[in-house]
Design a protein around this ligand. Structure first.
Ligand code: UDP
Length: 540
């Protein structure tokens, strides 16, 4: 590449010199051009001089120019090239029948300035681009203002690169506050009501009604995206909006896949729309587990786009003091000695809180804390009401404690004797499982999806069949009675979680994907004209 640039530079210099010398060596016998062309060139003297010195100026700038001491070099170069022009004109005036031409000197001077200014502009542009690509500017997109697992992951990613990132949300809420507290510049682009109502199970009618609002938002995001190198869609709905917006803005898109794209999680229309947008618009899909990657590919997603990066977690140096956990217990009405399990996560049927409640009927002395709230849909809110009713059943009364949504979850993990995850559908990742392991608690999880990748059965936790309350009850009783086994499981779990899910290492992986997609490596910077491979059109 460098050799080609040098040859081009040399050719430019020769061309510039020849054009500059042409009026001086204007003896037609010296030219290899037909006579009438040569006469015409003489007639074009001023413009040729201008062009010749513009090329010379540009060539000298590229050969010597550097941004340090710009003004100094600029004056030096204009001065020396103009002197050269004067010298050429003086030579010209010494040829019998020719005189010094002032217009030529002006043309030379203007040409120099033009050439050098073009060189300067090129260099400024390249430096700006380079400084931008050394730390790519990222626009993160997320549809919700609530704090779910995907948002907590994004909070950590965006906070770590707050100087080079902004977040666009389609809904206001505590997520915006958390981002702003982490000094991440955040904007709320409100999605119209029809479009907000379209959920993962949406059908054709509600999808059609939402089109105008979606188009409006796509245009707004496309306008905003132009100031960034990369658009990073963190949720399904933000991909549907961000994919076309990134294309319109000519920006590259990364999709962070936090969902299992399959029946039970998404309607078939939504699955098709998601796969289409990912295949056609994304340069990379970051799947949070092998399970989400497999489901993406099984639904028609391009395997070559996918990379698996698990969630990362800050490993706190200090855990909650015993005094604080005791106070928390008593505030929830739980006796100090009562064996207590924690289930954390939003209240939603597929998260399976009802399975835990059913299992607890067979573990008569155990208490349960349900940490979390119904976050997203009316269906979830109805489910939460049903859980409250279930908790009042005689076999459970007084043993189920609803803690609501808490932003500081650590004291709850620390006060529990065990942690339960009971999703009835495959969990895409399952942050609460890792959080339980990091807290040094024995964890029981559903044997499916990301949960089955995190836990090694009997080594770092226990796995039970999803939705099987009897098996869950047996696992709970085992942990409650076999305290030596519980402690071994907890110790091994904590070590495994610390080794695999440390936030720094995960952030590094995500940053390297961002840099790769932003094209920050040098060869891409030097050859921006190389077209990137086009994704094949989607079958949907
Ligand atoms: N969580 C929280 N406050 C609560 C309940 C849960 O901050 O009251 C957090 C929990 O600690 C976990 C996340 O919400 O980090 C839930 O993530 P997970 O992957 O388990 O489920 P998702 O919400 O992604 O389906």
């Amino acid at each position: 590449m460098k050799r080609i640039a040098r040859v081009i530079l040399l050719l430019l210099l020769v061309a510039g010199l020849w054009l500059a010398l042409k009026p001086t060596l204007g003896n037609r016998r010296l030219t290899f051009l037909p006579q009438h062309w040569s006469e015409y060139l003489d007639y074009m003297d001023f413009w040729l001089n201008l062009g010749a010195f513009a090329i010379l100026g540009l060539t000298v700038w590229f050969a010597l120019g550097a941004l340090e001491k710009v003004l100094q070099r600029l004056c030096l170069m204009i001065g020396s090239i103009t002197l050269m022009n004067l010298f050429l004109e003086a030579m010209q005036s010494s040829i019998p029948g020719r005189a010094m031409d002032r217009a030529d000197i002006w043309a030379g001077l203007l040409g120099c300035i033009l050439g050098i200014a073009t060189g300067l502009a090129f260099q400024l542009f390249a430096v700006r681009k380079k400084s931008r690509t050394t730390s790519p500017q990222v626009l993160f997109l997320d549809q919700t203002g609530r704090l779910g697992g995907a948002e907590l992951m994004l909070l950590d990613i965006a906070a770590a690169r707050a100087a080079d990132s902004e977040v666009a949300l389609f809904q206001d809420g505590e997520f915006r506050t958390a981002l702003e507290n982490a000094h991440v510049k955040t904007h709320v682009f409100k999605l119209g009501e029809e479009a907000s109502a379209v959920d993962k199970q949406a059908g054709v009618a509600s999808a059609l009604a939402s089109i105008p609002a979606i188009l409006d938002l796509v245009l707004q995001i496309a306008r905003a995206a132009r100031a960034f190198d990369v658009v990073y869609a963190n949720t399904a709905k933000s991909l549907i909006i961000g994919g076309p917006a990134a294309r319109l803005a000519g920006r590259r898109l990364i999709f962070h896949l936090h969902d299992i794209i399959a029946d039970g999680h998404f309607s078939s229309l939504n699955q098709k729309a998601l796969i289409f947008c990912a295949n056609y618009c994304a340069r990379k899909v970051i799947a949070n587990s092998e399970a989400t990657k497999a489901a993406f590919i099984a639904s028609g997603g391009r395997a070559d786009l996918c990379v698996v990066v698990p969630n990362g977690f800050q490993i706190p140096e200090e855990r909650t003091s015993t005094a604080k956990t005791s106070a928390l217990r008593s505030s929830l009405g739980i006796q100090p000695a009562a064996w207590t399990v924690l289930m954390a996560g939003r209240l939603s049927h597929w998260k399976g809180q009802h399975v835990l409640l059913e299992a607890l009927k067979s573990v008569p002395t155990a208490h349960a804390i349900l940490l979390g709230d119904a976050l997203f849909t009316d269906e979830d809110r109805l489910y939460a009401q049903r859980l409250h009713t279930q908790a009042e059943e005689p076999e459970l009364k007084g043993r189920i404690h609803f803690a609501g949504f808490q932003s500081d979850t650590m004291p709850y993990f620390d006060m529990a004797d065990a942690v339960v995850h009971a999703s009835v559908f495959p969990e895409p990742f399952g942050r609460v499982i890792v959080e339980g392991m990091l807290a040094g608690k024995p964890v029981i999880a559903s044997r499916a999806g990301g949960a089955a990748e995190i836990i090694q059965h009997e080594q770092t936790g226990l796995l039970v069949d999803p939705g099987n309350a009897d098996e869950l009850a047996a696992a709970l009783l085992r942990l409650q009675t076999d305290t030596a086994f519980s402690s071994t499981l907890a110790r091994q779990a904590r070590q495994a979680a610390q080794d695999t899910y440390a936030l720094d290492a995960v952030q590094e992986k995500i940053e390297s994907v961002i840099r790769h997609i932003a094209g920050s490596n040098k060869s891409q910077l030097l050859s921006p004209a190389i077209p990137l491979p086009k994704p094949p059109p989607c079958a949907a």
